[in-house]
Design a protein around this ligand. Sequence first.
Ligand code: ZN
Length: 278
Amino acid sequence: MLDRETLEQAAGEALNRPRYAMFWDDRLFTTHGAAFHWAERGDDLMEESNYATALNLIRAQADDGRPDTKISDKQVIDGTSSHWAVGSMRTIYVQVYEDTVMRCRDCDEVAAWAVSRKKHGRRRFLCELHKETWDHETEGYGLHALEPIAYRPAFTPAFIEATELALSLRDYPILDESDYTEREWDLYMEALKQAVEHAQSEYTLVDSCADDDVIAELYYQDDDTTHRQVWCRADDVDWEVVAEEYREARDRYFTERATVVYRWNVLGFNPDQLDLFV
Ligand SMILES: [Zn+2]
């Protein structure tokens, strides 16, 4: 559980509006604070994974116990903005305080104090700034007043979750290890696929599409292909090595096929029984 002080500090940081910036939605930096960023066109897989994981967890927390996404749709904004340095920037904005919190009578900010001048009089809610004004007036006019009570507005569960996630990143850089690994693997397989397609382009005029598919399958299934056992990241994939290994798989395929055709045509075996020989 996070303490009040930590959450208040996080709220201050999340709602701190960047200067000289324009926002397309007036909830941003008023009710909804910025919690996570991801430079979309960058290639930081860890940042991407953390962003997606955080978005899921924060939304789940907002909808906790509900079958629909009514609350998360309202409280969690997955925003995109263009950024001069990184091109496209995704930001998760989270509603910081519950809808029901009291606001300052004089400026509509979230209240920090409840004050009253009479014992059974009406309580008024004020922000930090307007409470100072109220203090001055009370003192200046020599008015009787009750001791002001610090007001503690309730944070949304979504914001508490966002803060917990952000803090956990200080201890460990990945929010969800399996999500990260899965993304890394997908990217690796995509890179490998591209390398194989590149290798196939050399035989476009001689091999049929069906040949291509079978040879690629042979290549992917070949566990003796040492490089595939050492590689695990997209950056590891070396097109020349793949081209070489693809060529070997292709040679095996055509040698085998030639043998089959030879047996069938020359020795007269029934092709249905060929698996006995291959
Ligand atoms: Zn105020």
